[in-house]
Design a protein around this ligand. Structure first.
Ligand code: UDP
Length: 318
């Protein structure tokens, strides 16, 4: 069935997840899309093929500041925030917290004014270094509020709290999604994440850098699966507000992931070991039973297939 054409605002629309989402909402579903980004970690090059379309509008704006939009908005996806540890920590840490919190308030106010549905991109980081495995939405998490990751983890936790309060107090139609590690085309080549680092190191014939001994685990979801999940969450009935996990439950140790990349790209390269960053979670794997039940969704793209597409993307831009 053809969906009704909507006007959809995507904050963080020129980032990795945002640009993939804008592409889908615009090209496959023929909506009007308003993309908001300050291009701190996103980039206009991620918007190739859509930026020139008549039903696409790009507004350069930092969501830490309030925003007036003339168009009547039906839906908002709040994705704006640096998401890679190297981008959100250090000198950017305070701005990261502001982006999470002031950004949430500004986007929620926009949703309230427009009577729009709003989806918050929360994160598996709200579970911190989890003491329960896999992580279910009912788990409250184990976050160090004083650590280097806290600007992001606690920022995202506070943003969730703001979303639920806007729903309780003002009846704003919210959806809170906890996104687990995701990879694919339009990831920032320099953002220091494990997938982009390992692929680019292997393509350049450099050592693969493992932090710690590589026994820590992550579960990697291909971007197309995530985008499908996000849109399905947005389309749920108003009573469904989350939180809901989206991710791929196949878990890999970082060392086994390094070997998969070596086997795919270049078996001759070496692995070198570097110190494990503070508070780096030891295990991470989503419990996706709620997504299966409510959305009839689960990740379908295998790691092999997703990596092939991602390697092709990075080979073209290196
Ligand atoms: N990691 C690594 N080598 C790298 C980049 C990351 O061993 O070059 C590790 C990192 O310490 C973490 C995991 O890979 O345990 C995932 O890191 P990423 O930054 O991709 O995401 P996170 O899940 O930590 O936010």
């Amino acid at each position: 069935m053809q969906k009704k054409k909507k006007t959809i605002l995507v904050s963080g629309g020129s980032g990795f997840i945002g640009s993939n989402l804008c592409r889908k909402l615009l090209l496959d579903q023929n909506n009007n899309v308003i993309c908001i980004d300050n291009n701190s970690t996103g980039s206009l090059t991620n918007l190739e093929g859509i930026i020139e379309k008549p039903n696409f509008k790009f507004i350069e704006h930092d969501i830490v500041e309030p925003l007036e939009i003339e168009d009547k908005i039906d839906e908002i996806y709040n994705l704006a925030c640096p998401a890679s540890p190297s981008a959100y920590q250090g000198k950017n840490a305070i701005h990261t917290t502001k982006t999470c919190i002031y950004g949430a308030v500004n986007m929620l106010e926009l949703a309230k004014k427009n009577n729009a549905k709003i989806l918050q991109s929360s994160t598996s980081e709200v579970y911190g270094n989890p003491l329960e495995h896999p992580q279910n939405e009912k788990y409250f998490g184990n976050v160090n509020p004083c650590g280097k990751r806290a600007c992001y983890d606690e920022g995202k936790r506070c943003a969730e709290s703001l979303f639920f309060d806007y729903n309780r107090i003002y009846r704003v139609k919210i959806k809170v999604v906890r996104i687990f590690n995701t990879y694919g085309p339009y990831m920032d080549i320099n953002d220091g994440r494990v997938v982009s680092n390992f692929i680019c190191q292997a393509l350049k014939g450099e050592d693969i850098t493992i932090y710690g001994n590589g026994s820590q685990t992550r579960s990697f979801c291909y971007i197309d699966d995530l985008i499908e999940g996000l849109i399905r969450v947005m389309d749920t009935v108003d009573d469904f507000i989350g939180p809901i996990n989206l991710g791929n439950p196949h878990e890999y140790s970082i060392i086994s992931f390094a070997n998969i990349i070596k086997n795919k790209i270049n078996n001759k390269i070496n692995i070198s070991y570097k110190p494990l960053p503070n508070d780096d979670p030891i295990k991470r794997k989503p419990d996706v039973s709620l997504a299966r039940k409510v959305l009839h969704w689960e990740a379908e793209v295998s790691l092999q297939e997703g990596l092939d597409k991602t390697i092709k993307y990075f080979s073209n831009i290196l």
